[in-house]
Design a protein around this ligand. Structure first.
Ligand SMILES: C[S@@+](CC[C@H](N)C(=O)[O-])C[C@H]1O[C@@H](n2cnc3c(N)ncnc32)[C@H](O)[C@@H]1O
Length: 296
């Protein structure tokens, strides 16, 4: 519909990413690399940073002159918050400008008994050139409740809420209004352990792009960026190195177009008989998915 593309490609290969982007010039990149803990292969922080340098440079070269880039990142509190500080220092050596250090508050966390519950999810915002920022997108759906900040405007004492443009609080750079994805949510995609909420991607896409713009995401996984772009009429070019996640990403979009569902909740991406013919990739994906995750 919008000319989205899903590639089974390597984010760190400039030839691969040039193939993905072709002649288009994206204005927004949303990347969620596999950081070192939980589900992904363990590698040293140095190796992670060296590898990140590559796809960051590729992103810089492919983005239009005025563009935004958002990167989801974790910080391991048991390992000096790796790889966040190293990543930030590496970014300082690039031509990107830092713009905001956003934290999304997760509702569920870990480590409540012997430590502060870990509930943060970091999101770094960088720019190239001077991109548009659409302020309207910044408001949350949380109504303002705090009152009592008075100021004199044109001889009249006014209360905070009278002066502001909206009755809702602004998102700022600490997002507290987004539910992280879990199995009971409509948008849940079983087997995708690192799925980002559509609401978070929606906020980024609205704030940093316009309808018709091209958005890139080098780490598709559950296809959350692709789906948000479909909903907001942006064109998404996305890749994942793992054929299963490429297939899931495609099937999530097809499922949405056919049923309007954002995910599969308790079911899974290969449980349905979509009316489309199952491609060889999908058949293979179904078998591998079954091996890995089983069917509920
Ligand atoms: C943290 S997940 C992305 C989650 C995604 N934002 C979502 O909401 O579903 C990272 C993904 O990167 C993929 N990946 C790892 N190395 C890659 C590479 N070199 N190129 C492209 N994708 C890669 C993994 O297969 C994994 O699906």
């Amino acid at each position: 519909m919008f000319g989205h593309r899903v590639g089974c490609l390597d984010a760190a290969s400039s030839a691969n990413m040039e193939t993905l982007v072709g002649k288009t010039r994206p204005t927004l990149a949303i990347h969620d690399p596999p950081y070192n803990f939980i589900a992904f292969d363990l590698r040293t922080t140095e190796a992670f940073i060296d590898w990140s340098r590559k796809w960051i440079q590729i992103t810089y070269d492919l983005l239009s002159d005025n563009a935004s880039m958002y990167i989801w990142l974790g910080a391991d509190q048991k390992q000096h918050y790796e790889p966040l500080p190293q990543f930030m220092l590496m970014m300082g050596e690039t031509k990107f400008q830092s713009r905001s250090f956003i934290t999304m508050r997760n509702q569920r966390g870990y480590g409540t008994q012997k430590n502060w519950m870990a509930i943060r999810q970091e999101l770094l915002y960088y720019i190239k050139g001077n991109p548009q920022f659409y302020v309207d997108a910044e408001y949350t759906d949380v109504p303002k409740v705090l009152k009592g900040y008075y100021k004199e405007v044109a001889g009249k004492i006014t209360e905070n809420s009278e002066r502001s443009k909206s009755e809702y609080i602004r998102a700022g750079n600490v997002w507290i209004d987004i539910q992280q994805v879990f199995y009971r949510m409509h948008e849940n995609v079983n087997g995708c352990f690192a799925q980002k909420p559509i609401k978070a991607i929606d906020r980024i896409v609205r704030a940093s792009s316009a309808p018709g713009d091209v958005v890139i995401d080098f780490f598709a996984h559950s296809g959350a960026t692709l789906l948000a772009c479909e909903l907001l009429k942006r064109r998404c070019l996305t890749v994942d190195i793992d054929p299963i996640y490429c297939e899931i990403t495609i099937r999530r979009l097809e499922n949405f177009r056919q049923t309007g569902n954002l995910g599969w909740q308790n079911s899974n991406p290969f449980s349905q008989d979509l009316t489309m013919e199952m491609t060889n990739g999908a058949k293979q994906g179904k078998e591998i998915y079954e091996d890995l995750f089983g069917f509920p």
